[in-house]
Design a protein around this ligand. Sequence first.
Ligand code: OGA
Ligand code: NI
Length: 342
Amino acid sequence: MGEVDPAFIQDAQHRPKLAVIEAEGIPLIDLSSANASNHVSQIADASKNWGFFQVINHGVPSESRRKIEDAARKFFALPLEEKRKVNRDEVNPLGYYDSELTKNVRDWKEVFDFVVSTPTVIPVSPDPDDKELKELTNQWPQYPPELREVCEEYAREMEKLAFKLLGLISLSLGLPENRFNLFFEESTNFVRLNHYPPCPIPHLALGVGRHKDGGALTILAQDDVGGLEVKRKTDGEWIRVKPTPDAYIINVGDIIQVWSNDTYESVEHRVMVNSERERFSIPFFFNPGHRVWVQPLEELTKGEKPKYRAYNWGKFFATRKHSNFKKLDVENIQISHFKASE
Ligand code: OGA
Ligand code: NI
Protein backbone atom coordinates (compact mmCIF):
# COMPACT_ATOMS: atom_id res chain seq x y z
CA MET A 1 0.00 0.00 0.00
CA GLY A 2 3.05 2.29 -0.30
CA GLU A 3 3.42 5.48 1.70
CA VAL A 4 0.69 6.38 4.09
CA ASP A 5 -2.32 8.14 2.65
CA PRO A 6 -4.06 10.45 5.17
CA ALA A 7 -7.33 8.75 4.19
CA PHE A 8 -6.29 5.91 6.57
CA ILE A 9 -5.98 8.10 9.66
CA GLN A 10 -8.74 7.65 12.25
CA ASP A 11 -10.09 10.58 14.28
CA ALA A 12 -8.40 10.72 17.67
CA GLN A 13 -11.34 9.23 19.59
CA HIS A 14 -11.47 6.15 17.35
CA ARG A 15 -7.78 5.27 17.34
CA PRO A 16 -6.95 1.88 18.81
CA LYS A 17 -5.33 1.57 22.20
CA LEU A 18 -2.12 -0.34 21.95
CA ALA A 19 -2.66 -1.85 25.39
CA VAL A 20 -4.98 -4.66 24.39
CA ILE A 21 -7.57 -6.21 26.71
CA GLU A 22 -8.02 -9.84 25.79
CA ALA A 23 -11.41 -11.36 26.29
CA GLU A 24 -11.96 -14.32 28.49
CA GLY A 25 -15.56 -13.29 28.60
CA ILE A 26 -16.66 -14.05 25.06
CA PRO A 27 -18.47 -17.36 25.42
CA LEU A 28 -17.11 -20.47 23.75
CA ILE A 29 -19.91 -22.87 22.84
CA ASP A 30 -19.28 -26.54 22.08
CA LEU A 31 -21.77 -27.53 19.40
CA SER A 32 -21.13 -31.29 19.62
CA SER A 33 -24.33 -33.23 20.10
CA ALA A 34 -23.33 -34.45 23.56
CA ASN A 35 -24.02 -30.92 24.76
CA ALA A 36 -27.20 -30.33 22.80
CA SER A 37 -29.38 -29.67 25.83
CA ASN A 38 -27.27 -26.63 26.73
CA HIS A 39 -26.89 -25.02 23.32
CA VAL A 40 -30.07 -22.98 23.35
CA SER A 41 -29.52 -21.38 26.74
CA GLN A 42 -25.82 -20.77 26.02
CA ILE A 43 -26.71 -19.01 22.80
CA ALA A 44 -29.39 -16.96 24.52
CA ASP A 45 -26.94 -15.75 27.18
CA ALA A 46 -24.13 -15.06 24.73
CA SER A 47 -26.39 -13.18 22.31
CA LYS A 48 -27.83 -11.04 25.11
CA ASN A 49 -24.63 -10.29 26.98
CA TRP A 50 -22.08 -10.01 24.18
CA GLY A 51 -23.76 -10.24 20.77
CA PHE A 52 -20.74 -12.45 20.01
CA PHE A 53 -19.66 -16.02 20.71
CA GLN A 54 -17.27 -18.64 19.40
CA VAL A 55 -18.23 -22.16 18.41
CA ILE A 56 -16.17 -25.35 18.36
CA ASN A 57 -17.20 -28.84 17.17
CA HIS A 58 -19.31 -27.01 14.60
CA GLY A 59 -19.19 -29.69 11.91
CA VAL A 60 -17.24 -27.68 9.31
CA PRO A 61 -14.36 -29.90 8.11
CA SER A 62 -11.02 -28.30 9.00
CA GLU A 63 -9.78 -29.40 5.57
CA SER A 64 -12.30 -27.17 3.84
CA ARG A 65 -11.14 -24.19 5.90
CA ARG A 66 -7.46 -24.94 5.36
CA LYS A 67 -7.98 -25.07 1.61
CA ILE A 68 -9.70 -21.70 1.36
CA GLU A 69 -7.13 -20.11 3.69
CA ASP A 70 -4.28 -21.40 1.50
CA ALA A 71 -5.95 -20.21 -1.68
CA ALA A 72 -6.63 -16.77 -0.17
CA ARG A 73 -2.97 -16.43 0.76
CA LYS A 74 -1.93 -17.27 -2.81
CA PHE A 75 -4.42 -14.84 -4.31
CA PHE A 76 -3.40 -11.87 -2.16
CA ALA A 77 0.30 -12.58 -2.83
CA LEU A 78 -0.27 -11.82 -6.54
CA PRO A 79 0.96 -8.54 -8.01
CA LEU A 80 -1.58 -5.75 -7.72
CA GLU A 81 -2.19 -5.61 -11.46
CA GLU A 82 -3.19 -9.30 -11.44
CA LYS A 83 -5.63 -8.77 -8.58
CA ARG A 84 -7.07 -5.70 -10.29
CA LYS A 85 -8.13 -7.88 -13.22
CA VAL A 86 -11.02 -8.95 -11.00
CA ASN A 87 -11.57 -5.52 -9.50
CA ARG A 88 -14.99 -4.66 -8.20
CA ASP A 89 -16.64 -1.52 -9.58
CA GLU A 90 -19.89 0.47 -9.40
CA VAL A 91 -21.70 -2.06 -11.56
CA ASN A 92 -20.32 -5.26 -10.08
CA PRO A 93 -19.74 -5.10 -6.31
CA LEU A 94 -17.98 -8.51 -6.32
CA GLY A 95 -14.31 -9.35 -6.70
CA TYR A 96 -11.15 -7.61 -5.51
CA TYR A 97 -11.08 -4.28 -3.73
CA ASP A 98 -8.41 -2.43 -1.74
CA SER A 99 -9.95 0.90 -0.90
CA GLU A 100 -13.02 0.26 1.21
CA LEU A 101 -14.19 3.01 3.50
CA THR A 102 -15.82 2.41 6.87
CA LYS A 103 -17.44 5.60 8.18
CA ASN A 104 -15.50 7.57 5.57
CA VAL A 105 -12.06 6.42 6.71
CA ARG A 106 -10.07 4.03 4.58
CA ASP A 107 -9.58 0.49 5.95
CA TRP A 108 -6.06 -1.01 6.04
CA LYS A 109 -7.00 -4.12 4.11
CA GLU A 110 -7.70 -5.70 0.76
CA VAL A 111 -10.67 -7.96 0.11
CA PHE A 112 -12.13 -10.44 -2.34
CA ASP A 113 -15.92 -10.87 -2.27
CA PHE A 114 -18.08 -13.59 -3.82
CA VAL A 115 -21.74 -14.51 -3.53
CA VAL A 116 -22.81 -17.97 -2.54
CA SER A 117 -25.84 -18.56 -4.78
CA THR A 118 -25.82 -17.92 -8.46
CA PRO A 119 -27.65 -15.96 -9.43
CA THR A 120 -27.95 -13.61 -6.47
CA VAL A 121 -30.50 -10.92 -7.20
CA ILE A 122 -30.48 -7.42 -5.69
CA PRO A 123 -31.95 -4.03 -6.69
CA VAL A 124 -29.91 -2.04 -9.20
CA SER A 125 -30.07 1.17 -7.19
CA PRO A 126 -30.76 2.36 -3.65
CA ASP A 127 -33.59 4.56 -4.99
CA PRO A 128 -36.87 3.20 -3.49
CA ASP A 129 -38.82 4.03 -6.66
CA ASP A 130 -36.43 2.20 -8.96
CA LYS A 131 -37.78 -1.37 -9.17
CA GLU A 132 -35.09 -2.64 -11.50
CA LEU A 133 -33.16 -5.71 -10.34
CA LYS A 134 -29.78 -7.13 -11.28
CA GLU A 135 -28.07 -10.49 -11.06
CA LEU A 136 -24.71 -10.44 -9.34
CA THR A 137 -22.00 -12.55 -10.92
CA ASN A 138 -18.77 -13.66 -9.32
CA GLN A 139 -15.44 -12.78 -10.89
CA TRP A 140 -12.88 -15.57 -10.51
CA PRO A 141 -9.20 -14.87 -11.06
CA GLN A 142 -7.03 -17.15 -13.19
CA TYR A 143 -4.71 -17.79 -10.29
CA PRO A 144 -4.80 -19.71 -8.04
CA PRO A 145 -6.80 -22.04 -10.28
CA GLU A 146 -8.44 -23.87 -7.37
CA LEU A 147 -9.82 -20.68 -5.81
CA ARG A 148 -13.31 -21.04 -7.25
CA GLU A 149 -13.79 -24.64 -6.21
CA VAL A 150 -12.49 -24.22 -2.66
CA CYS A 151 -14.58 -21.08 -2.20
CA GLU A 152 -17.72 -22.81 -3.40
CA GLU A 153 -17.13 -25.78 -1.14
CA TYR A 154 -16.44 -23.57 1.88
CA ALA A 155 -19.56 -21.52 1.20
CA ARG A 156 -21.73 -24.66 1.23
CA GLU A 157 -20.29 -25.58 4.62
CA MET A 158 -20.96 -22.06 5.91
CA GLU A 159 -24.60 -22.24 4.82
CA LYS A 160 -25.09 -25.49 6.69
CA LEU A 161 -23.61 -24.03 9.86
CA ALA A 162 -25.58 -20.80 9.40
CA PHE A 163 -28.91 -22.67 9.29
CA LYS A 164 -27.94 -24.68 12.36
CA LEU A 165 -27.15 -21.45 14.25
CA LEU A 166 -30.28 -19.73 12.94
CA GLY A 167 -32.38 -22.58 14.31
CA LEU A 168 -30.71 -22.33 17.70
CA ILE A 169 -31.17 -18.57 17.78
CA SER A 170 -34.82 -18.98 16.89
CA LEU A 171 -35.30 -21.52 19.70
CA SER A 172 -33.43 -19.25 22.07
CA LEU A 173 -36.01 -16.53 21.40
CA GLY A 174 -38.80 -19.00 22.22
CA LEU A 175 -39.76 -19.49 18.55
CA PRO A 176 -40.00 -22.63 16.43
CA GLU A 177 -36.64 -23.73 15.08
CA ASN A 178 -37.52 -22.92 11.47
CA ARG A 179 -39.25 -19.59 12.14
CA PHE A 180 -36.70 -17.57 10.15
CA ASN A 181 -35.99 -20.04 7.36
CA LEU A 182 -38.42 -18.64 4.78
CA PHE A 183 -36.63 -15.30 4.83
CA PHE A 184 -33.53 -17.01 3.48
CA GLU A 185 -35.02 -18.19 0.22
CA GLU A 186 -33.20 -16.23 -2.50
CA SER A 187 -30.66 -15.30 0.15
CA THR A 188 -28.00 -12.71 -0.59
CA ASN A 189 -25.22 -14.45 1.36
CA PHE A 190 -21.68 -13.55 0.54
CA VAL A 191 -18.17 -14.46 1.63
CA ARG A 192 -15.27 -12.05 1.96
CA LEU A 193 -11.61 -12.97 1.96
CA ASN A 194 -9.80 -10.32 4.01
CA HIS A 195 -6.08 -9.60 3.97
CA TYR A 196 -4.65 -7.10 6.45
CA PRO A 197 -1.04 -6.30 5.46
CA PRO A 198 1.45 -5.18 8.11
CA CYS A 199 0.83 -1.51 8.83
CA PRO A 200 3.46 1.13 9.66
CA ILE A 201 0.93 3.20 11.66
CA PRO A 202 -1.11 0.67 13.71
CA HIS A 203 -1.84 3.34 16.34
CA LEU A 204 -3.50 5.64 13.78
CA ALA A 205 -5.26 3.30 11.35
CA LEU A 206 -7.63 0.33 11.59
CA GLY A 207 -7.99 -2.80 9.47
CA VAL A 208 -11.74 -2.23 9.61
CA GLY A 209 -13.18 0.78 11.40
CA ARG A 210 -15.86 0.32 14.04
CA HIS A 211 -19.11 -0.93 12.52
CA LYS A 212 -22.03 -3.29 12.99
CA ASP A 213 -22.80 -6.03 10.51
CA GLY A 214 -25.98 -5.24 8.59
CA GLY A 215 -27.09 -8.81 7.87
CA ALA A 216 -28.62 -11.52 10.05
CA LEU A 217 -25.55 -13.42 11.25
CA THR A 218 -21.83 -13.40 10.54
CA ILE A 219 -19.59 -16.48 10.80
CA LEU A 220 -15.94 -15.44 10.95
CA ALA A 221 -12.79 -17.50 10.57
CA GLN A 222 -9.79 -15.58 11.91
CA ASP A 223 -6.19 -16.79 11.79
CA ASP A 224 -3.82 -16.97 14.76
CA VAL A 225 -2.65 -13.34 14.56
CA GLY A 226 -5.64 -11.75 16.27
CA GLY A 227 -6.91 -8.21 15.92
CA LEU A 228 -10.70 -8.41 16.10
CA GLU A 229 -12.06 -6.22 18.88
CA VAL A 230 -15.60 -6.22 20.21
CA LYS A 231 -17.23 -3.41 22.15
CA ARG A 232 -18.14 -4.84 25.54
CA LYS A 233 -21.76 -4.07 26.40
CA THR A 234 -21.18 -3.59 30.12
CA ASP A 235 -18.69 -0.72 29.85
CA GLY A 236 -18.05 0.12 26.18
CA GLU A 237 -14.44 -1.09 26.41
CA TRP A 238 -12.86 -2.62 23.26
CA ILE A 239 -12.07 -6.28 23.94
CA ARG A 240 -9.79 -8.41 21.76
CA VAL A 241 -11.18 -11.79 20.69
CA LYS A 242 -8.42 -14.29 21.32
CA PRO A 243 -7.88 -16.65 18.36
CA THR A 244 -9.00 -20.21 19.11
CA PRO A 245 -7.75 -22.78 16.59
CA ASP A 246 -10.50 -24.13 14.33
CA ALA A 247 -13.22 -22.10 16.09
CA TYR A 248 -15.66 -19.75 14.37
CA ILE A 249 -16.68 -16.40 15.76
CA ILE A 250 -20.39 -15.73 15.43
CA ASN A 251 -22.09 -12.39 15.76
CA VAL A 252 -25.67 -11.32 15.71
CA GLY A 253 -26.26 -8.76 12.94
CA ASP A 254 -28.66 -5.84 12.66
CA ILE A 255 -31.46 -7.96 11.20
CA ILE A 256 -31.67 -10.23 14.23
CA GLN A 257 -31.67 -7.14 16.39
CA VAL A 258 -34.72 -5.86 14.52
CA TRP A 259 -36.52 -9.24 14.33
CA SER A 260 -36.02 -9.68 18.08
CA ASN A 261 -37.18 -6.12 18.81
CA ASP A 262 -33.84 -5.37 20.54
CA THR A 263 -33.78 -8.51 22.72
CA TYR A 264 -30.50 -9.26 20.98
CA GLU A 265 -28.23 -6.45 19.85
CA SER A 266 -25.86 -6.20 16.96
CA VAL A 267 -22.60 -5.18 18.62
CA GLU A 268 -19.94 -2.84 17.30
CA HIS A 269 -16.59 -4.33 16.38
CA ARG A 270 -13.39 -3.32 14.57
CA VAL A 271 -10.07 -4.76 13.50
CA MET A 272 -6.65 -3.65 14.73
CA VAL A 273 -3.63 -4.15 12.52
CA ASN A 274 -0.01 -4.50 13.57
CA SER A 275 3.33 -3.50 12.16
CA GLU A 276 4.81 -7.00 11.95
CA ARG A 277 2.40 -9.67 10.86
CA GLU A 278 -0.10 -9.78 8.07
CA ARG A 279 -3.49 -11.19 9.06
CA PHE A 280 -6.14 -13.11 7.12
CA SER A 281 -9.81 -13.57 7.99
CA ILE A 282 -12.88 -14.91 6.22
CA PRO A 283 -16.34 -13.70 7.20
CA PHE A 284 -19.48 -15.35 5.82
CA PHE A 285 -22.42 -12.93 5.84
CA PHE A 286 -25.78 -14.68 6.19
CA ASN A 287 -28.39 -12.44 4.60
CA PRO A 288 -32.06 -12.82 3.64
CA GLY A 289 -33.54 -12.43 0.17
CA HIS A 290 -33.81 -8.96 -1.35
CA ARG A 291 -37.63 -9.01 -1.21
CA VAL A 292 -37.72 -9.44 2.57
CA TRP A 293 -39.15 -6.59 4.63
CA VAL A 294 -37.31 -6.62 7.91
CA GLN A 295 -39.40 -5.77 10.97
CA PRO A 296 -39.86 -6.92 14.57
CA LEU A 297 -41.66 -10.27 14.68
CA GLU A 298 -45.17 -10.08 16.04
CA GLU A 299 -44.54 -12.97 18.43
CA LEU A 300 -41.72 -10.97 20.02
CA THR A 301 -43.46 -7.64 20.45
CA LYS A 302 -46.37 -8.96 22.49
CA GLY A 303 -47.65 -6.11 24.62
CA GLU A 304 -44.89 -3.82 23.40
CA LYS A 305 -44.61 -1.44 20.51
CA PRO A 306 -42.40 -2.55 17.65
CA LYS A 307 -39.17 -0.58 17.96
CA TYR A 308 -38.58 -0.39 14.19
CA ARG A 309 -40.49 0.40 11.03
CA ALA A 310 -40.25 -2.21 8.29
CA TYR A 311 -37.45 -1.74 5.77
CA ASN A 312 -36.64 -3.59 2.59
CA TRP A 313 -33.47 -5.68 2.83
CA GLY A 314 -32.63 -5.40 -0.89
CA LYS A 315 -32.65 -1.60 -0.77
CA PHE A 316 -30.68 -1.54 2.48
CA PHE A 317 -28.06 -3.87 0.96
CA ALA A 318 -27.89 -1.93 -2.31
CA THR A 319 -27.42 1.32 -0.39
CA ARG A 320 -24.54 -0.11 1.64
CA LYS A 321 -22.87 -1.62 -1.43
CA HIS A 322 -23.21 1.65 -3.29
CA SER A 323 -21.87 3.90 -0.56
CA ASN A 324 -18.74 1.90 0.23
CA PHE A 325 -17.22 3.46 -2.84
CA LYS A 326 -17.59 7.07 -1.91
CA LYS A 327 -16.92 9.54 0.79
CA LEU A 328 -20.37 10.59 1.91
CA ASP A 329 -21.52 13.81 3.50
CA VAL A 330 -24.11 11.88 5.44
CA GLU A 331 -23.90 8.79 7.62
CA ASN A 332 -24.23 5.46 5.81
CA ILE A 333 -27.61 3.73 6.08
CA GLN A 334 -28.20 2.24 9.58
CA ILE A 335 -31.09 0.41 11.26
CA SER A 336 -31.34 3.35 13.66
CA HIS A 337 -32.82 5.31 10.73
CA PHE A 338 -35.83 2.98 10.94
CA LYS A 339 -36.39 3.39 14.69
CA ALA A 340 -40.08 3.87 15.41
CA SER A 341 -40.89 7.15 17.11
CA GLU A 342 -41.46 6.82 20.85
C1 OGA B 1 -16.20 -7.58 8.74
C2 OGA B 1 -15.45 -7.80 9.99
C3 OGA B 1 -13.60 -8.88 11.11
C4 OGA B 1 -12.28 -9.50 10.84
O1 OGA B 1 -15.61 -7.83 7.65
O2 OGA B 1 -17.38 -7.14 8.83
O3 OGA B 1 -15.91 -7.38 11.02
O4 OGA B 1 -11.70 -10.02 11.78
N1 OGA B 1 -14.29 -8.49 9.93
O5 OGA B 1 -11.83 -9.49 9.68
NI1 NI C 1 -18.00 -6.91 10.78
